[in-house]
Design a protein around this ligand. Structure first.
Ligand SMILES: CC(C)(COP(=O)(O)OP(=O)(O)OC[C@H]1O[C@@H](n2cnc3c(N)ncnc32)[C@H](O)[C@@H]1OP(=O)(O)O)[C@@H](O)C(=O)NCCC(=O)NCCS
Length: 161
């Protein structure tokens, strides 16, 4: 199902939006999934690039963070408001992560997926690597997606009318 018109995906623009993203993460990971609140926000949040999906009424209904290290972009904290799931919002976030990784010329995207969410990431082109491991009391597995260079128009090509 596609998301209704009027929802917007962008990088966090101010402290208020970042706070809303954190509040969504607390609702999803701590209240729903039982992650301890003092483990949810960590030092990587200070250096991460945070994306938000904003509903027409201004509510933040989706978020993820990206952390670049060497030639890898690590995707984390992918969360969608319970009321908005099944509308392709996580897919849009992952597509933005891929575009970002292309833009910074990363070689791969990497994430620690909750094993219950592996299907989401497989549909987005990730593959499992290694064995499952526990983190914050939840089983995870590393997944990677190779990043291809952005397609370039061949020099001198005549644009289609
Ligand atoms: C997992 C989550 C982010 C998915 O968000 P969403 O916006 O509902 O996902 P989408 O609608 O973009 O789903 C895209 C595709 O992945 C599939 N998918 C979504 N969640 C899935 C899951 N948990 N397991 C398997 N497949 C899943 C969808 O069915 C859809 O498939 P389709 O294209 O064939 O219809 C959301 O359910 C959520 O926030 N869950 C709680 C937090 C969480 O588990 N985060 C992941 C941490 S690794």
């Amino acid at each position: 199902m596609t998301a209704p018109d009027g929802i917007d995906l962008h990088w966090v623009r101010d402290a208020r939006e970042l706070r809303q993203a954190y509040e969504l993460r607390f609702r999803v990971f701590c209240d729903e999934q039982g992650v301890p609140r003092d483990e949810e926000i960590d030092a990587l949040d200070d250096v991460a690039r945070h994306a938000v999906v904003v509903a027409p009424d201004g509510a933040v209904i989706g978020t993820m963070r990206l952390v670049s290290r060497a030639s890898t972009v690590k995707v984390g904290r992918v969360a969608v408001d319970r009321e908005w799931r099944g509308h392709g919002i996580a897919s849009r976030l992952l597509a933005r992560a891929y575009e970002y990784a292309q833009g910074v010329r990363a070689e791969e995207l990497r994430l620690a997926a909750q094993t219950q969410a592996v299907g989401l990431y497989e549909k987005a082109g990730y593959r499992r690597v290694g064995e499952p491991f526990p983190e914050a009391g939840i089983e995870h597995v590393w997944m990677v997606r190779e990043v291809l260079p952005p397609r370039r128009r061949s020099a001198g090509a005549v644009p289609a009318p």
